[in-house]
Design a protein around this ligand. Structure first.
Ligand SMILES: Nc1ncnc2c1ncn2[C@@H]1O[C@H](COP(=O)(O)OP(=O)(O)OP(=O)(O)O)[C@@H](O)[C@H]1O
Length: 251
């Protein structure tokens, strides 16, 4: 079988439920400077600011497992345009100013706690943050993908591991950036899958005797197991078709 993975995947150990609950912020703070501490520090401050009410910015982070340690975490900021409703309700307070390709200056919105406090005592303070790259409201989905995750997709095809996640308050634009909208504004995930499937076209394993297990392992199926898999796939697809059909009927 031709594969884009270099070598056989390692087996994963058992998942500890306590690990999932663990608060990792303390561990990030303990990271040495060369693992991108300035970026993490910005990220953590940014999280605090976004929690205070700046709703039109979101972060997406990308961690590549196969680069040198100092470069393996990239943090991108995307500023989305104001919606018509937000413009109508006068929400634009120029809280976010893009200073350059990797820098923004943030001011707290009028409604937030720190702004109310600063009104009483000191003038409103602005804070400057730097990121791997900042994408402004005019940035297209293509530009965001090409300027961020695309390089890592190539790395994945060469056997590397990459994790991409988004962070932002509700309505900040995470889904829009990660998935896109309908079929016209696709972004990180569908574009990545498209690059991957276009790159491996003609090299796909056609037999159905392998089954993925957990994240990184697989098992080889016996002929009986293959028949059972094929029949359960058919049933699932039939069910999906029925659900879509009844959805259309009730719309
Ligand atoms: N870059 C953008 N350009 C144009 N519209 C955008 C952009 N980003 C987000 N939007 C619009 O803003 C709205 C909120 O975006 P989205 O649903 O992606 O937010 P979210 O962060 O996923 O919210 P939630 O956490 O509540 O699911 C949507 O109507 C989306 O179409």
């Amino acid at each position: 079988m031709e594969s884009c993975l270099a070598g056989k995947p390692e087996r994963v150990g058992p998942v500890e439920v306590d690990d999932i609950r663990r608060d990792l912020l303390g561990e990030f703070a303990a990271l040495p400077a060369q693992v991108g501490l300035p970026v993490w520090a910005d990220l953590r401050r940014m999280l605090l600011v976004s929690l205070e009410g700046v709703t039109d910015v979101m972060l997406f982070c990308q961690q590549d497992g196969d680069q040198s340690q100092s470069e393996n975490l990239q943090v991108y900021l995307r500023v989305r345009p104001f919606t018509v409703a937000e413009n109508d309700s006068g929400e634009s307070q120029e809280c976010v100013t893009i200073e350059g390709p990797d820098t923004v200056v943030l001011k707290a919105p009028r409604s937030c706690q720190s702004h109310r406090q600063s009104e009483k005592s000191l003038p409103q303070t602005a804070q400057r943050f730097t990121f791997t790259q900042v994408f402004g409201p005019e940035a297209s989905q293509r530009k965001v993908f090409e300027g961020s995750v695309r390089g890592s997709v190539r790395g994945v095809l060469e056997g590397g591991n990459t994790l991409v996640f988004t962070y932002g308050v509700t309505n900040a634009g995470k889904t829009f950036t990660f998935l896109g909208q309908k079929n016209t504004h696709l972004c990180l995930l569908p574009r990545s899958l498209s690059v991957i499937f276009n790159s491996i076209e003609g090299r796909l394993y056609g037999r159905s005797d392998l089954k993925p297990q957990r994240c990184r392992d697989f098992s080889r199926l016996t002929p009986d197991q293959q028949a059972a898999e094929i029949s359960s796939k058919k049933n699932l697809l039939r069910l999906l078709k029925e659900v879509r059909h009844s959805d259309r009927k009730y719309r």
